[in-house]
Design a protein. Sequence first.
Length: 181
Amino acid sequence: MALKSTIYKVELSVSDMDRHYYETHKLTVAKHPSETDERLMVRILAFALNAHEHLEMTKGLSTDDEPDIWQKSLSGELELWVALGLPSEKVVRQSCGKANKVVIYPYGGRNADMWWDKIKNSTTRFENLQVVNLSETDTSALAKLASRAMKLQVNIQEGDVMVSVDNSIVYVTPVEWKNGT
């Protein structure tokens, strides 16, 4: 018998001083049976970092041809493609061809470092690609905040991120490995 996704109800309040974006999003997030709490929280963080009224979670892990998060224009054009983890060079190339802007959030410590060392030279031609690393320490701390019903407050200022749930606070320092347009 196939395992079913677990549903998480998330009230995500974003205060992004860098982009002057202040909004609360009510999200229903399906956690795939093979998805870890760490990946789930990285997905929610990536949503907050790119928050926009047209930003949407996709089917994610259950489909190969969709990112984890995307933003489409009113005419259906793919404006933003957000991927998590360590996509192959082929997936990066295809993503950059499909969307106006692609943001990849690698995480996983040493594995992410090795992935970037292997792939970075082949990404120089993609001006629409941004790669932002999340440290293993930060993502492990985020994973501990996960619960089926969450009220998250995400504050972003000068590139630093503070994520709070109830009385718990996690500070995240994203490191930009590649700056896209």
